[in-house]
Write a protein that binds this ligand. Structure first.
Ligand SMILES: [Zn+2]
Length: 134
């Protein structure tokens, strides 16, 4: 750190400046350590996750699983419910993680599906065009 009075470089934990002897108030070790604490979001989210983990660990019962799989079989409704489960604060962590994982799987599936159909369309178009040219 640097001296508040003369601005010269002094040891980080120095209470007094080694050059001019001025007392270091604002940049005392304790104040520095407070400033070095990581930013707010990580601190705010950590206790929340702990509360969720220790407080209400939801075991998904067989009946709930049945309902979930039944809903998963209904088009559109399953996507809506996955979004509800994945982003609702009331949903337990197990179901939330399940919903998010399923959503990601669906997104990958849709993405791959679109990609495959584009490739297929391109192949078909090239075959068709060569057939017309001959
Ligand atoms: Zn100084």
């Amino acid at each position: 750190m640097f001296c508040e009075n003369c601005g010269k470089k002094i040891p980080d934990d120095a209470a007094f400046c080694t050059h001019c002897g001025a007392k270091q108030m604002g940049t005392s070790p304790s104040a520095q350590s407070v400033a070095r604490v990581p930013p707010q979001p990580t601190r705010a989210s950590a206790p929340q996750q702990q509360a969720q983990a220790s407080g209400s660990v939801d075991l998904i019962s067989m009946g709930q699983y049945l309902i979930m799989f039944l809903i998963m079989a209904i088009p559109i409704a399953n996507i809506v419910m996955l979004f509800v489960w994945g982003f609702s604060s009331e949903t337990g962590p197990n179901k939330k993680n399940f919903a998010r994982a399923t959503l990601i799987m669906m997104a990958i599936g849709i993405g791959v599906g679109i990609l495959v159909s584009i490739v297929m369309a391109a192949i078909m178009a090239s075959i068709m065009s060569t057939m017309y040219y001959y």
